[in-house]
Design a binder for this molecule. Structure first.
Ligand code: GLA
Length: 611
């Protein structure tokens, strides 16, 4: 049975009523891989799915990021890069079944685990519970999402053979009415295929919901895990819903790798047990823009923009040794020959771009939405911007007047990192580690500015409940709270970056002011190719290509290159805009291969054992 074939009689979808899954009554083993449409440039969707099929997988799994689909309450988008239906149809066309993971919480190293930040405007909000402010919002989102995917379910002739209820709720488990609510929210809107839940071994004990098959997430198959699944669900299929093919990276850390041979040994062991498997990730892609999440198990650590994950297909869709070994292994589970591997895309190391103009951040404040005056600091989500939805991502500038110097103390109210200026002169950084800064004495009234960056909201664990950003409380100077703030929303959306073109940029070389915007032109001759952008000698900031946010750069690494998809370039002149906080290198370089930093084996990192 092939997902793409239409007009066949579809009576019995994926069933979990015996020790093996069955599909249309016949034994079926899920050989799945995760690849997220929102992390892959749309023009490359098909390529990645064909490569998945050619590796011997039969099922695609994808999350659905609520925060992107509903950027403002009641404003829904399912187009272009977010055209989920097209993605699912492509999967069917390529011959892949689909397990849909619509959340609403998705974890996934994604800002707030995919929950929209406007939920946090409600000071009583209780995420992932049956608090009405949360369930109502989930209801409106599912009202729009589910009717789009319901017709793509198996019995209706589509590729969706199963749907996951929430994500690892067993590790959060705050409200025992919540999982039944989410299950009902899916069923009542027309989801009829098999329901699943997915949890790590620790979470499995509190996870699941009646009527959904429990699956496990892991990287090393232990006897305990297999036995546990067998004990709780005797005579039902066993599945590893997330077999972690690698791991994610955080700023200031190392690039995680997981040995290809170890992966294949583990996958082989899982398959030998007769289990089904889904590789998380099969292809990680990129958390473009400001979409990265963060870890916080005691210390806040934001994730990098690359989501390469050391997965079988690299961030840019390249074959890796893991891919080849897996293909070899999985080919043994098919009676027919696997399809040929698609030809790899060409790369190009474009000539370095010389940065020729510069615009200080201070000159762009007039291009933001009307600044907000407030006696005390206000967190970004509660600012009266974006049609009453607050600010979701990026930077927020807080300015007030000081008449003397002394000790500035953040009272740990900076989320997550503030550059501090007095009369536009840089004083230093306030963050979780550094909470105090000396402000020199000076004459008369001076402007104190705190440019606060939301470095990414936590996506896992109980810290999820403390993710308001910007300044979340008082900042004190000599123990007295500062008052009288003017607050600017610098979320750096496409229209803002476009508006920069109308400003009077200063030609370089000259001594630039930081923070600031820097521009250069990448001239492409012929058909644009994928490339990797590098910023040697630069400090920290964000990169935009033709106005589109590629992600963050930070010299501390580990990530040193940003993936720049060819389809985001065009023939001729492409505008490269770098927002830079600290120092500019003068040139923007390109490479035909990624640099993700010094590596560390996954098992050396304590965090990965927590999930
Ligand atoms: C869990 C989550 C995933 C992801 C992985 C780690 O299993 O379910 O969304 O966060 O951890 O990459």
């Amino acid at each position: 049975m092939q997902p793409g074939v239409r007009k066949q009689t579809r009576r019995e979808g994926l069933s979990a009523n015996s020790s093996q899954f069955t599909l249309e009554g016949e034994a079926f083993r899920i050989l799945g891989g995760s690849a997220h449409y929102f992390r892959i440039p749309r023009a490359h969707w098909k390529d990645r799915l064909l490569k998945m099929k050619a590796c011997g997988l039969n099922t695609l799994t994808t999350y659905v990021p609520w925060n992107l689909h509903e950027p403002e309450r009641g404003l829904f988008t399912f187009q272009d890069q977010l055209d989920l239906e097209v993605y699912l149809r492509l999967a069917a066309e390529v011959g892949l079944w689909v397990i849909l993971r619509p959340g609403p919480y998705i974890c996934s190293e994604w800002d707030l685990g995919g929950l929209p930040s406007w939920l946090l405007r409600d000071s009583n909000m209780k995420l992932r519970t049956t608090y009405p402010g949360f369930t109502d919002a989930v209801g409106s989102f599912f009202d729009k999402l589910i009717p789009r995917v319901a017709p793509l379910q198996y019995v209706k002739g589509g590729p969706i053979i199963a749907v996951q209820v929430e994500n690892e709720y067993g590790s959060y488990a705050k409200d025992d009415k919540y999982m039944p609510f989410i299950k009902e929210a899916l069923l009542s809107r027309g989801i009829h295929e098999l329901l699943l839940t997915s949890d790590n071994l620790g979470g499995l004990k509190c996870g699941g919901v009646t009527g959904a098959l429990k699956t496990i997430n892991l990287q090393k198959l232990t006897r305990g895990a297999v036995k546990y699944l067998a004990d709780i669900q005797p005579q039902q299929p066993k599945m590893v819903m997330e077999y972690w093919s690698g791991w994610f990276d955080v700023w200031g850390g190392r690039h995680h790798v997981f040995c290809a041979e170890d992966l294949v040994t583990e996958v082989m062991a899982i398959l030998r047990q007769g289990m089904s498997i889904n590789l998380y990730m099969f292809h990680g892609g990129t958390s473009f823009g400001f979409m990265n999440g963060a870890m916080d198990v005691g210390t806040y650590k934001p994730q990098v923009s690359s989501y390469d994950y050391d997965a079988p297909l690299s961030e840019a869709g390249d074959y890796t040794p893991k891919y080849h070994l897996l293909r070899d292994l999985l080919s043994r589970y098919h009676s027919e020959k696997l399809p040929a591997k698609p030809t790899p895309y060409q790369r190009k190391a474009y000539d370095a771009v010389v940065v020729y103009q510069h615009l200080p951040l201070w000159d762009t404040l007039k291009l933001t939405e009307e600044p907000f005056k407030s006696a005390s600091p206000l967190n970004m989500e509660n600012l009266p911007v974006n049609n009453g939805n607050g600010q979701s991502y990026g930077y927020t500038l807080y300015e007030t007047t000081v008449t003397k110097g002394g000790t500035l103390n953040s009272s740990n109210n900076v989320r997550d990192r503030a550059l501090v200026f007095v009369d536009r002169v840089y004083m230093g950084v306030l963050d979780y580690k550094t909470q105090e800064l000396a402000v020199p004495d000076g004459k008369g009234e001076r402007t104190l500015s705190l440019l606060v960056e939301n470095c990414g909201r936590v996506n896992y664990g109980t810290a999820l409940d403390r993710q308001r950003k910007g300044l979340v409380g008082e900042i004190v100077l000599n123990n007295t709270p500062l008052k009288g703030f003017t607050i600017y929303c610098l979320d750096m959306k496409l229209d803002f970056i476009d508006r920069l073109a109308g400003e009077r940029w200063e030609s370089l070389p000259h001594t630039p002011t930081f923070p600031g915007f820097f521009q250069g032109q990448l001239v492409v001759y012929g058909y644009p190719k994928d490339t990797f952008l590098k910023l040697p000698g630069w400090g920290k900031g964000v990169v935009f290509i033709n106005g589109q946010n590629l992600g963050r750069h930070w010299s501390i690494g580990p990530q040193q290159t940003l993936y720049l998809p060819g389809p985001w370039l065009h023939e001729g002149i492409n505008q490269v805009t770098v927002f830079e906080e600290q120092e500019a290198g003068g040139r923007i370089q390109f490479s035909d291969s990624p640099e993700l930093g010094k590596t560390v084996n996954v098992y050396r990192h304590p965090l990965c054992n927590l999930l």
